[in-house]
Design a protein around this ligand. Structure first.
Ligand SMILES: NC(=O)c1ccc[n+]([C@@H]2O[C@H](COP(=O)([O-])OP(=O)(O)OC[C@H]3O[C@@H](n4cnc5c(N)ncnc54)[C@H](OP(=O)(O)O)[C@@H]3O)[C@@H](O)[C@H]2O)c1
Length: 266
């Protein structure tokens, strides 16, 4: 199954809030779910998927391995525990959530375990997240061209990450835009509001359409069924070249995910 370009992000969602948001997302037609070990919600997602009427093979499921599991001998057992919590034999995609802070664990150590996890069938595809251009190139040197299928990075109109996206395209690595709404910051952007009014939609939908039109996958998170539905409908919007250009001009380096263990960003 190819990754559906509109996915459901689950960061911060847990317990009953997660279960009800997931139920409504699945019934609205979401077929791509993004989780991570560090979100602490894999078991809730596993329970939600097990009780859903949508068969597992119609859902593209991504998880991410946290950096305390990168040491030799740790990554595969930790992914096996994720699979147990998610109540599945295989995820569709496993990502390295962040490059190892300060290179505590050498990149080859954790990437080779990730590749082995794929060989063992624990994950169908593998990828990385929050890697810089230099780290992406190092990763390709380690695993070879074509091994890394996806990179998940922060992209939205206020942080467009163009150089990194170009590097991904050169190596045929698909980009998933996380925090595609800049955790709500895009909603107040006057030019997005203006374009949205022209299309009789919302600024959130314009931000998502702008990303989708550049062939990125997007994983907005929402607990509100009306927002979930609107986000799905962004797939039907077509922005003009002039509108795409106006939004391209909004790049201001507004980075929402910037923990102290971040790499030196491009
Ligand atoms: N790889 C990484 O390191 C990384 C880092 C951060 C995030 N992520 C992934 O990316 C996903 C998305 O990021 P995020 O949740 O931080 O931020 P986001 O999707 O940019 O924003 C979520 C916020 O926007 C609101 N919202 C959603 N749709 C809306 C709409 N149509 N109109 C108005 N408001 C709307 C939500 O509120 P309501 O609930 O009220 O709708 C929520 O407060 C995460 O859940 C996670 O899966 C990955």
């Amino acid at each position: 199954m190819k990754m559906p370009s509109l996915g459901f992000g689950t960061y911060r969602l847990k317990g009953d809030v997660l279960r009800s948001a997931l139920d409504s997302a699945l019934s609205l037609g979401y077929r791509h779910i993004d989780t991570a070990q560090i979100y602490g919600n894999e078991a809730d997602i596993g329970a939600g998927l097990a009780s859903a009427s949508v068969p597992r093979n119609q859902i593209y499921l991504t998880t991410k391995v946290w950096f305390n599991e990168y040491a030799q001998g740790s990554l595969i057992p930790s992914l096996e525990k994720s699979l147990e919590r998610l109540q599945t034999d295989q995820v569709d995609l496993t990502l390295i959530h962040w490059p190892s802070p300060a290179d505590d664990v050498p990149m080859a150590t954790y990437l080779e375990q990730l590749a082995e996890a794929r060989e063992r069938g624990l994950t169908r595809e593998i990828g990385v997240s929050n890697f810089t251009i230099a780290q992406l190139e190092e990763a390709i040197d380690i695993l070879g061209e074509g091994a890394i299928a996806h990179q998940q990075i922060e992209v939205h109109p206020l942080l467009q990450n163009r150089r990194l996206r170009t590097a991904c395209a050169v190596h045929d690595i698909a980009v998933t835009a996380y925090m595609p709404l800049a955790y709500g910051k895009v909603l107040a952007e006057p030019s997005l509001q203006e374009i949205a009014a022209r299309h009789a939609v919302t600024p959130a939908q314009i931000a998502l359409a702008w990303l989708l039109q550049q062939e990125m996958a997007v994983i907005p998170s929402s607990t509100n069924p009306a927002h979930q539905k609107a986000n799905l409908q962004a797939q039907g919007l077509i922005l003009s070249d002039e509108e795409m250009q106006v939004i391209a001009g909004l790049d201001r380096g507004v980075r929402c995910a910037n923990p102290d263990f971040s790499p030196k960003w491009d």
